[in-house]
Design a protein around this ligand. Structure first.
Ligand code: SF4
Length: 871
């Protein structure tokens, strides 16, 4: 079969992929060499996409109250309950919570249905958790939510500053692009992040500032720009608010950053003296109670120097989701109208109403995500439709959100699987098509609109989201407005509406695409907006023309504010949250790939060794974190990547993979007052050792069913693995292990040392290992990565928990593409005297495909060389 061009469904880089179906429901995936976002490269997640398209766990038919039904009954029930709720309680008693995973066409229909026909603005998206502060910052500075620059700026910059962005793990293909530019032109890299991340390995300078102090740093930079005569006086003719911004900046205190003065001045000197500077920012900036101010502090510096919208110069926000930008374009946020029009602007609202021929429009903003779920909790929202997102895990104060959903009178969930924490709470479940079955468009972080193309048939009764939404709209009585037969019709309408927005002076105008034929839509190549009669792609604002009514930009007077929650004796630690390299959001797709789960198989907390010592925690202990909102149990990783008083934990684990590792149960629902974005990186917590009575490690060829205080399970190439721990003694491990593995009759081998509390059991069939369990009173010391390869094998020595002498333990997987473990790489470095990442690649292939592991290989090399130098 020929290859089809499409896009990766994970991060906002928006990489192009080439998909070749195998005719049996599977796919071959490779990077699209012609896509301008990635030129053929993919990271580990994109490379493993083919592992995630199977039907395991798919929702194949609608369900009402857990029972399979047909579309007619399900959609009629949804339409009736929404209509009844609106009739009884008004339009604002219903809400949609949608997702940056939606295609633009899906998003457009959802927004049109809610804002134009239901007549409420209660539609918000999980992008609220990701980049709402950037939207607010852009709109305050530029007059519109416009990303001024492009990815090409990374190729042409002389200095790239990463602020609150672990680009190496969260946007790996852009990071490689940056490193390629660095090797060509010597681009300097500065990382501004409280934590030392993989992105610091190649940095010239890492500023580990105190959480939340970014505004103080950029205010200080602004004063140094003036001191050093680097203001662009001509460009400032296009800017309002300069004097006020400078005054406020001068009053702010850079000491709040906790940085060494020499490091601050080194950064300022570099920034001021480098004309081609790109400031990349992401969730570390956005997920803050002062996120909008942080964004504007960065924009202030770029505006004051005229370094915006010019080759190699400008601010560049990178979005977390594949179509966060598309959601912003269609008005998927509760405080925006379609096509970057303003919801509270009567002229804009009337224009959209006229275009849609809509019966009603909301006159005010709707409820933003945190407020929306509060309104569900207090009964204001009585019907909720959640589409392709998992707020029962991913929202702040997630435990309360779960309770709110449970108590909501009517909850609909559209998803590809019923096996999410949120889907399990739904009254109605609607099976939607998945990534490789969907047809439409997405927009990436640099305004590139790309086609996502369906290459696999929709399984079972799964339907596209636009189709589901449109049919509900028709059944609610708006047949003409939702009479769509295909995504191209929606795209044309969206493009035509953008022409209205363009005439009203908005940036988002793709009206040149409004008459695309179906064939042209099918063949549409990646295209950067705007695409109108007057403007085609390129950068914004280099000419000094902005979108405020007076055509000028705004600099804002800003003062640094510390995170809202304060540490103290009860909650002495500041909790930073984030992503890991090989998982995506709540793992509903990436956890299907054994090679992605091999990198970090268990939820963990990074804690500084000094803090760990003070509370009696040693490496591999379990730690219980508590916040005013909830608690979690995580594996301790002692690391000086975090500073004392700060801890870091990833966001990905759920009730399906590690119920006590749901980190958003701890996050306070504190939001930025401008953007409504939650402060997900600065909650306060306590930490203590989790004193389990026993610890276990299990491998199995079949699924495991743990029932204990702590467990975390993941897929392997040979089945499953799990970490376990319990507070209560188990009297009969033989019986418990049979229950855990679902193996009532298999032959068993048992080793038990009652005095030490060690128990080891292996279940065999026809001389092949089915499952094994290792239990001890301390965290189990066995060769996990080796044991995970044994199910299905003869495994005569499995109960030793160690590799045979002729089979070295590979250690945790570092290179997901080639399955190369840490121990294998370390051995190669030492025995082969390897000194470069390239030499490791030549020896083991590690790091030679997607390259996502190259920073970690570099770190292993540095560690080895450092140790040798010290010896
Ligand atoms: Fe997908 Fe990785 Fe590209 Fe992001 S960087 S779009 S996750 S391949």
């Amino acid at each position: 079969m020929p290859e089809t061009c499409s896009t990766c469904p994970y991060c906002g880089v928006g990489c192009g992929v080439l998909l070749r179906p195998d005719g049996a429901g599977g796919l071959a995936v490779r990077g699209d060499p012609d896509h301008p976002a990635n030129f053929g490269k993919l990271c580990s997640k994109g490379t493993a996409l083919a592992d995630t398209v199977g039907l395991g766990g798919r929702l194949l038919a609608p369900q009402i109250a857990g029972r399979t039904t047909d579309w007619d009954d399900a959609l009629q029930l949804v339409a009736d309950r929404l209509s009844d709720t609106i009739a009884q309680h008004g339009p604002d008693s219903v809400a949609f919570y949608v997702s940056g995973q939606l295609l633009t066409e899906d998003y457009y229909v959802a927004n049109k249905l809610m804002k134009g026909f239901i007549g409420s603005a209660n539609i918000d998206t999980n992008s609220r958790l990701c980049m709402a502060s950037t939207v607010a910052g852009h709109r305050r500075a530029f007059g519109t939510d416009t990303v001024p620059g492009t990815y090409e700026d990374l190729d042409e910059a002389d200095l790239v500053v990463l602020v609150g962005s672990n680009l190496a793990w969260c946007h790996p293909v852009l990071y490689r692009r940056l490193l390629d530019a660095r090797s060509r032109r010597g681009t300097k890299i500065v990382v501004i992040d409280p934590r030392r991340t993989a992105s610091c390995d190649q940095a010239d300078l890492h500023l580990a500032l105190k959480p939340g102090s970014d505004v103080a740093l950029f205010n200080h930079l602004l004063t140094r720009v003036e001191d050093k005569g680097a203001l662009d006086r001509a460009f400032l003719q296009n800017v309002v608010g300069f004097d006020e911004a400078m005054l406020a900046a001068g009053l702010d205190d850079v000491a709040m950053t906790g940085l060494q003065p020499a490091d601050i001045e080194a950064f300022c000197d570099l920034w001021v003296s480098t004309k081609r500077v790109v400031t990349v920012f992401s969730q570390g900036v956005n997920q803050s109670s002062s996120g909008s101010d942080k964004v504007n502090a960065i924009l202030n510096c770029h505006l004051a120097t005229g370094r915006v919208g010019k080759p190699g110069a400008g601010p560049l926000s990178v979005t977390g989701q594949p179509n966060a930008m598309g959601g912003r374009e269609v008005g998927g946020l509760a405080n925006m109208l379609a096509c970057h029009l303003d919801i509270e602007n009567a002229e804009h609202s009337a224009a959209v109403q006229g275009f849609w021929n809509a019966p009603t429009m909301p006159g005010a903003q709707g409820l933003k995500a945190v407020d929306m779920f509060d309104a569900v909790a207090d009964g204001q929202i009585k019907a909720l439709w959640i589409i392709h997102t998992n707020p029962a895990v991913s929202m702040p104060n997630a435990r309360k959100v779960r309770e709110a959903i449970v108590n909501c009178p009517f909850t609909v969930v559209s998803d590809i699987t019923a096996q999410t924490d949120t889907a399990r709470l739904a009254d109605v479940l609607l099976p939607a098509t998945a990534w490789a079955e969907k047809d439409g468009t997405v927009t990436n972080s640099d305004r590139m609109i790309s086609r996502q193309r369906a290459v696999l048939d929709a399984p079972g009764q799964a339907r596209p989201d636009w189709d589901i939404l449109a049919e509900v709209g028709r059944r609610m009585g708006w047949s003409a407005a939702f009479d769509y037969q295909s995504p191209v019709e929606i795209f044309r309408e969206h493009a035509a509406l953008s022409g209205v927005a363009g005439r009203l002076g908005r940036d988002f105008d793709i009206s040149s695409l409004r008459d695309l034929t179906s064939q042209e839509y099918t063949a549409l190549k990646p295209t950067r907006w705007p695409i109108s009669a007057t403007r085609q792609g390129g950068r914004f604002f280099g000419d000094g023309a902005f979108f405020h009514a007076d055509g000028k930009a705004r600099m804002l007077p800003l003062t640094c504010k510390s995170p809202a929650a304060k540490t103290g004796p009860r909650y002495p630690y500041r909790l930073n949250t984030g992503r890991i390299r090989d998982q995506w959001h709540t793992m509903t797709r990436t956890a299907l790939s054994p090679r992605l789960s091999a990198h970090l198989a268990e939820p963990f907390v990074e804690i500084h060794p000094t803090d760990a010592r003070s509370i009696g925690i040693t490496a591999a202990d379990l730690v219980r974190l508590k916040s005013p909102q909830g608690s979690a149990i995580l594996r301790a990783v002692l690391s000086d990547a975090v500073t004392p008083g700060q801890i870091f934990a990833p966001i990905h684990w759920t009730g399906e993979t590690a119920p006590s590792g749901r980190i958003d149960d701890l996050v306070a629902p504190i939001t930025d007052p401008v953007s409504g974005q939650p402060e997900s990186k600065a909650s306060v917590v306590s930490a203590e050792r989790f004193d389990a009575a026993w610890y276990g490690f299990a491998v199995s060829s079949g699924p495991l069913l743990p029932e204990c205080s702590y467990w975390a399970r993941s897929r392997t190439q040979h089945g499953w693995r799990a970490e376990l721990a319990g507070l209560n003694e188990v009297d009969d491990w033989h019986h418990e292990a049979r229950r855990l593995f679902g193996l009532p009759d298999a032959e068993v081998l048992i080793f038990e040392d009652k005095a030490r509390g060690d128990v080891r059991l292996a279940f065999m069939q026809d001389d092949r290992l089915l499952a094994a369990l290792f239990v001890a009173r301390r965290p189990v010391a066995v060769m996990r990565d080796y044991l995970a390869t044994l199910p299905g094998d003869g495994a005569p020595d499995v109960l030793t928990g160690r590799t045979p002498a002729d089979r070295p333990d590979p250690g945790p997987t570092l290179c997901a593409c080639f399955g190369v473990g840490v121990n294998t790489i370390l051995t190669a470095i030492e025995t082969g005297q390897l000194t470069t990442v390239e030499a490791v690649g030549q020896s083991l292939n590690a790091g030679t495909n997607c390259g996502s592991c190259r920073p970690e290989i570099a770190a292993l090399l540095a560690r080895t060389m450092h140790r040798e130098a010290a010896e």
